[in-house]
Design a protein around this ligand. Structure first.
Ligand SMILES: Cc1cc2nc3c(=O)[nH]c(=O)nc-3n(C[C@H](O)[C@H](O)[C@H](O)COP(=O)(O)O)c2cc1C
Length: 224
């Protein structure tokens, strides 16, 4: 699916409604290369509405979605995200020249580094936050909604990816967003029209990870 052109109106009511569920799941991958063009607010509202159908403990629905679109706010977030990404992925940069480092991991690393360098240009920084329970963040109650967001973006043709590195500056960014300490963010989805295309991401075959009745496997942790 290619992104709508700037001069083409998006029909928010119908866009994405025809994407089959399993096909959408199989072709939702991290899209980190995004165009700077604005995204209609109604479309962000539509993907957030899809997210609200996620399950949560006791159906408490602890989520809040904060869509940052103003340039100064995005610059504030991006400056911190870049520092966190440099700390986290920077040490891996030399792996890009290592012939033994798998190509799929190189592609993923390049794309993660690209996002770190370009987050300020991404038109929507979509944060997911949720209230704490018994003194702890309820991230397990928020990630089903996060996955719904990713799938909904796939359906309507918006590029998105799941990131958490902003948490390195979590308290500062949450305060900037106006969130009280009892309602921390857990994820940041950079959202925009994709430069690339959706497609099947590299994954281990299901028969390597599906076990019947009893786990039959070793103690190795691939990629750990
Ligand atoms: C809990 C979690 C946190 C993640 N945090 C980041 C992040 O901070 N930055 C980033 O670029 N990708 C992040 N990712 C995205 C993964 O790196 C991505 O899903 C993985 O690269 C697979 O990409 P693919 O679906 O295109 O194959 C995160 C994924 C998960 C599940």
């Amino acid at each position: 699916m290619s992104a709508p052109r700037d001069d083409v109106e998006v029909d928010v009511a119908t866009i994405g409604e025809d994407v089959r569920l399993l096909e959408g799941m199989r072709t939702t991958r991290a899209i980190r290369r995004l165009r700077p063009d604005p995204v209609p607010r109604e479309l962000i509202r539509k993907v957030c509405e899809a997210a609200t159908y996620a399950p949560s403990g006791g159906n408490r629905q602890p989520w809040s979605f904060i869509a940052v679109t103003d340039a100064a706010g995005r610059a504030f977030v991006a400056e911190r995200y870049r520092r966190a990404a440099d700390d986290y992925f920077g040490v891996l940069r030399e792996k890009l020249a290592d012939p033994d480092f798998p190509e799929t991991r190189k592609r993923n690393l390049r794309s993660a580094l690209y996002l770190g360098d370009h987050l300020h240009e991404v038109p929507v920084h979509l944060f997911v936050a949720g209230w704490m329970r018994r003194g702890a963040p309820q991230v397990q109650a928020l990630f089903p909604a996060v996955q719904n967001l990713l799938l909904a973006c796939r359906a309507v043709g918006l590029g998105a990816s799941l990131t958490t590195l902003h948490r390195h500056f979590g308290a500062e960014i949450d305060a900037f967003l106006g969130l009280p300490p009892e309602r921390p963010t857990c994820a940041l989805l950079p959202v925009g029209w994709p430069l690339g295309r959706y497609g099947t991401p590299p994954r281990r075959p299901v028969d390597e990870v599906l076990h019947w009745d009893r786990f039959e496997g070793g103690v190795e942790t691939p990629g750990a």
